[in-house]
Design a protein around this ligand. Structure first.
Ligand SMILES: [Zn+2]
Length: 308
């Protein structure tokens, strides 16, 4: 499928270079890795030196502490008790994660500010029975401040993380992680209109999950396009024969803009008229509401055709 090929990379948000640059930083944090600081090897050796049997910690069958580390984007948080938070995150390698961050609502917390929505962090987690526990968090990208300061960026970012939160476990792939990081980063930098960044993100996120809309050939019969009708329930653009009565006609500039948003052709997207942008946003919103379970509630707050 051509749409799937188009979203294979995340170059449209320019994330590839930046994220590649972030990797050495993650590697540089290795001094805090379990093998060197608090890992079972060191604990065992120390205790063995003193003639004490290895410490058995809960959760591990062999006396090891079941920890793991990953890169995450924070999707949302809830308060828990007096000072803790439950953090929901999309990780690079472990799908969606729900974890308890203890004490992060105290002002003295070492990493509370790194676990706010839209933040990208390298975290180490302890594997718990129901929820994991955050042990450490190093910031990889603080996009929050630049996003929260602008209403259009904030509402777009909110809709992005809500869409990511709708992914089920099988869909929470490394490609989805990279796409979301790229989208938030582009929003924080104000590279393009916020609504266009959101629209492009939604099309590509759905395509990565196997819900790519047909934007050229007829989504029902496959007749070569371009066509004039868009029907979310059928799966995108459809031909004259397949369009049900009452379908809305789509202007050629709008269907062309949809293809540019999917492909990340930003010079085309930036040059589009306000009317085409608003029409494309409406079609993408209808498609997302139809195909994503429970829809995206925050989409109604995102301004159409907004400034950068
Ligand atoms: Zn058709």
């Amino acid at each position: 499928m051509s749409a799937r090929t188009a979203v294979g990379g995340v170059a449209g948000f320019g994330v590839r270079g930046r994220h590649a640059a972030a990797r050495p930083r993650a590697a540089a944090c290795r001094r805090s890795s379990p093998q060197r600081d608090t890992g079972p090897g060191r604990i065992s050796r120390r205790r063995a030196d003193r003639g004490i049997p290895p410490l058995r910690l809960p959760g591990g069958d062999n006396g090891t502490v079941p920890t793991y580390r990953d890169e995450v984007v924070i999707l949302r948080t809830h308060k828990l008790g007096e000072a803790d938070r439950i953090v929901t995150a999309l990780s690079r390698r472990n799908g969606k994660i729900r974890a308890v961050a203890k004490g992060v609502r105290r002002t003295s917390s070492r990493f509370g500010s790194r676990l706010e929505p839209f933040m990208v962090a390298d975290v180490q987690l302890y594997k718990g029975r129901s929820l994991d526990i955050v042990q450490q968090a190093e910031s990889l990208g603080s996009y929050g401040a630049d996003i929260v300061a602008h209403y259009d960026r904030y509402t777009s970012a909110h809709a992005m993380v809500e869409a990511a939160d709708r992914l089920n476990e099988a869909e929470a792939t490394p490609q989805q992680y990279l796409l979301l990081v790229g989208g938030l980063r582009a929003l924080a930098k104000g590279e393009h209109a916020s609504r266009s960044l959101l629209d492009s993100y939604l099309l590509r996120a759905m395509a990565l999950s196997g819900w790519a809309p047909g934007l050229h050939d007829c989504a029902r019969c496959g007749r070569p396009g371009p066509h004039d009708w868009f029907v979310a329930q059928i799966g995108g653009m459809v031909c004259d024969h397949c369009a049900p009565a009452g379908s809305a006609r789509v202007a050629p500039q709008t269907s062309s803009l949809l293809r540019s948003l999917m492909a990340g052709e930003w010079s085309e997207v930036d040059a589009a008229s306000a009317g085409s942008s608003a029409a494309a946003s409406g079609l993408i919103a209808a498609y997302a509401q139809w195909h994503l379970e429970r829809g995206i509630r925050s989409l109604v707050h995102v301004p159409a055709g907004d400034p950068r």
